[in-house]
Ligand binder design. Structure first.
Ligand SMILES: Cc1ncc(C[n+]2csc(CCOP(=O)(O)OP(=O)(O)O)c2C)c(N)n1
Ligand code: SF4
Length: 250
C-alpha cells in the first residue's frame, strides 16, 4: 500500500495477514483510496464485517470504529448500528460466504428495506479462511475442498439478487479494474440507501491452487481476460458468456 494511505491504518499494523498474492489486500487499498479521494472523516464512519479473510479488511486494519461481528450477521449488526446512530456512514466489508451464504437472508432484507449502508462483498468464489469450501458463488464445475468432482450447482448472480431485492445501487468490478472500482466505491458511498458492490478477487491459495489456475499473477491475468462490460455481454450468446464476468454498474 502506498505511504499516503498509511494514516488510515491502525497504529502498529505493519503487514497484513493475507497470503501472498491475495486480492483482498488489493481491495483494501482500493477502498481506502476511495475514502481518501472523498476526504471522508473516518470518525464519522463505522466499518462492519463478519468472519473470514475479507472480514479482516477493516478489522483489525482500519484506524476507525470497526464491528467485527458473528459470521453471517454482518448486515444485521450494521442495521442496528445505523438505527442507533443514523448519522453514521456505515460500510460493510465481508466475504461472499459471510454475506450470501450464511448471511443471505440479511443481505436480501437489507436491500429490500433499502437500509442506508454501503456493502462491499469480496467474491473469491470459495470460503478462503476455513480451507476453501464450496460457496454460493462457486462456479459450476469448480473444484473446492467439498466438491472434489466439481461443483454441481449453479452459482448466485449476487448483483441480480440484490438488485431484485431493491438495492439503490449495484455494481460488479474486479480488483484488476482499480480505477473503475474506486469510482464505483465513491459513487456507492455518495448514494443514499442500500448500495452494493461485488468485488471479484482472487484467492490463489485455496481456489486457485485446487483449480490449477497458476500463480497469483496468472490468476489476475485470467480475471482480466474474463471481465467484460455489460454492453459487450449483450452481444454474446449464452455459450460465449460461459466463463465471462460481467462488470459495470448493473
Ligand atoms: C456460525 C459459524 N459458522 C461457521 C463458521 C466458520 N467460518 C468462518 S469463516 C467461514 C467462511 C468465510 O468465507 P467468506 O465469507 O467467503 O470469506 P473469505 O474467507 O473467503 O474471505 C466459515 C464457514 C463460523 N465462524 N461461524
Ligand atoms: S485463503 Fe485465499 S482469500 Fe484468504 S488470505 Fe489466503 S489467498 Fe486470500
Amino acid at each position: 500500500m502506498v505511504r499516503e494511505l498509511e494514516k488510515y491504518l491502525r497504529p502498529g499494523i505493519g503487514v497484513t495477514t493475507y497470503c501472498p498474492g491475495c486480492g483482498e489486500a488489493i481491495l483494501m487499498g482500493l477502498i481506502l483510496r476511495a475514502i481518501d479521494e472523498l476526504q471522508l472523516n473516518m470518525d464519522d464512519m463505522l466499518f462492519v464485517s463478519g468472519i473470514g479473510c475479507a472480514a479482516w479488511i477493516p478489522s483489525p486494519h482500519f484506524h476507525a470504529d470497526t464491528l467485527h461481528t458473528l459470521h453471517g450477521r454482518t448486515i444485521a449488526f450494521a442495521t442496528g448500528a445505523k438505527m442507533a446512530n443514523p448519522k453514521l456512514k456505515v460500510m460493510v466489508i465481508s466475504g461472499d460466504g459471510d454475506l450470501s451464504d450464511i448471511g443471505g437472508n440479511h443481505l436480501i432484507h437489507g436491500a429490500r428495506r433499502n437500509m442506508d449502508m454501503t456493502v462491499i462483498c469480496a467474491n473469491n468464489m470459495n470460503y478462503g479462511m476455513t480451507g476453501g469450501q464450496v460457496c454460493s458463488t462457486t462456479p459450476r464445475g469448480a473444484l473446492t475442498m467439498t466438491t472434489h468432482q466439481g461443483n454441481p450447482f449453479r452459482p448466485f448472480d449476487l448483483c441480480r439478487l440484490v438488485k431484485a431485492a431493491g438495492a439503490a445501487y449495484v455494481a460488479r468490478y474486479a480488483v484488476t479494474q482499480p480505477m473503475a472500482m474506486i469510482r464505483s466505491i465513491k459513487k456507492a458511498l455518495q448514494t443514499e440507501g442500500f448500495t452494493f458492490i461485488e468485488a471479484i478477487t482472487p484467492c490463489p491459495v485455496q481456489f486457485g491452487r485446487r483449480n490449477r489456475l497458476g500463480n497469483p499473477a496468472d490468476m489476475l491475468k485470467d480475471i482480466m481476460a474474463r471481465c467484460i462490460p455489460e454492453e459487450q455481454a449483450e452481444q454474446l450468446t449464452a455459450e460465449e458468456l460461459k466463463d465471462k464476468i460481467i462488470t459495470g454498474e448493473l
